[in-house]
Write a protein that binds this ligand. Structure first.
Ligand SMILES: [Zn+2]
Length: 383
């Protein structure tokens, strides 16, 4: 039995009650089983975020001994964007299926979503269940690299394998990935056997083809500290209300900053601006050769700069029509690499078309523009 409470358009709370208690049906009694909740501004704001959802579960040890499931997006500043919450009895196929199903109904129907999670069997089963709405091409499943690396470390009892795996996962070029995998294989057969059973697109940035925007780690602790710290011991209704206040504050804190940047005509979020500055600094050491100016294809040579440890001496081909570079960074991160920026600087071409719309100031401002309604009467009501 499910009850949707939506008398206030700003808050969606879905209660699930048990029909049977110890196999007995009580017509006059409803026993709490699960609750899902999200807020209107989160649903609205998410439309301006990248198509990425991170999901996590954490145990609660307070009055409600269950598990809190949290879904977050990522904003234009690469910070956590609170999306939806649920209290469930624990992590299993049924609870994850219910949570992700609620997200499809109440949060987003967007296709091509990238869902990043740990390797919980319940999540894997649900991502492969066409009835829930997260099978390809509606959604693509990816794993947290750090989580997988730590599983590998436990499996082979070697810290160096964890570190080598992480390096391989972050490689953007196939030849480098292949070389890293070969090193792992030579060093530890058990490690490579473990890695090859996980499909490549789920952990390798090169094979991901840009769906995860380079996001490989969970920012769950960030969400937890910002939105949920101190909430573990609250009773259920107070927890819903608590998150309302904290998410509201989270929006307020970012609304002004993001709107000011947009009004000042600053093109990108602070994080994107700093990435671009670093890439422009690197671009100073590159040598640009017009390869085919008519087709807008350029060859860029990375020179050995003054900086210690700078490798350099590589050649990359930038194609402005296809918006690609052979370093693969533009495709994976949706931002221009230093090679692209070197061409932009030399020929006074704008780099802006290379920056994904969801990473620009306007999207950042739109993400936090939705306002929270102050009428929260729903919170007092239980079904
Ligand atoms: Zn490049």
């Amino acid at each position: 039995m499910e009850a949707l409470k939506q008398s206030n358009p700003g808050i969606v709370v879905v209660w699930k009650h048990k029909a049977l208690v110890d196999d007995v049906y009580y017509s006059n009694m409803e026993v709490f089983e699960r609750v899902f909740w999200t807020f209107g501004p989160c649903v609205e704001g998410f439309k301006h975020c990248m198509s990425v959802i991170c999901i996590d579960g954490t145990h609660l040890y307070g009055k409600f001994k269950g598990t809190l499931l949290v879904a977050t997006g990522v904003d234009a500043n690469f910070q956590v964007f609170p999306l939806a919450f649920a209290l469930v009895e624990g992590e299993n196929i049924s609870s994850w299926s219910w949570f992700l199903g609620c997200i499809r109904v109440h949060v987003t129907q967007r296709d091509g979503l990238c869902v990043i999670s740990d390797r919980h069997a319940g999540i894997i089963a649900v991502m492969n269940d066409p009835n829930v709405g997260f099978t390809e091409p509606r959604a693509y499943h990816r794993f947290y690299v750090r989580h997988l690396a730590s599983n590998l470390k436990t499996h082979v009892r070697r810290n160096d394998m964890r570190d080598m795996f992480k390096v391989a996962a972050y490689q953007r070029q196939e030849r480098k990935l292949v070389a890293d995998m070969s090193l792992i294989g030579q060093a530890c057969t058990k490690a490579i056997q473990y890695i090859v059973q996980v499909p490549l697109p789920m952990w390798s940035l090169f094979h991901d083809v840009g769906r995860r925007y380079g996001i490989c780690t969970t920012n769950f602790s960030e969400t937890f500290n910002n939105v949920l710290k101190g909430a573990r011991f609250l009773p259920i209704m107070s927890l819903v209300e608590f998150t309302f206040h904290r998410v509201n504050k989270y929006f307020t804190d970012r609304r002004e900053l993001s709107q000011t940047r947009s009004e000042q005509g600053l093109a990108y979020s602070p994080k994107v601006t700093s990435i671009m500055e670093k890439n422009i600094a690197k671009a100073r050491y590159h040598k640009v050769e017009a390869y085919n100016r008519r087709l807008h294809i350029y060859q860029v040579e990375t020179k050995r700069g003054d900086r210690i440890g700078r490798k350099g001496g590589h050649r990359h081909t930038v194609n402005f029509q296809l918006r690609t570079c052979t370093c693969n960074k533009p495709r994976i991160f949706h931002l221009p690499c230093s090679h692209v920026l070197a061409v932009c600087v030399k020929y006074s071409i704008s780099e802006r078309p290379w920056v994904d719309r969801v990473l620009q100031s306007e999207a950042y401002a739109n993400t936090y523009a939705p306002q929270f309604s102050q009428d929260r009467t729903i919170l007092g009501a239980t079904d």
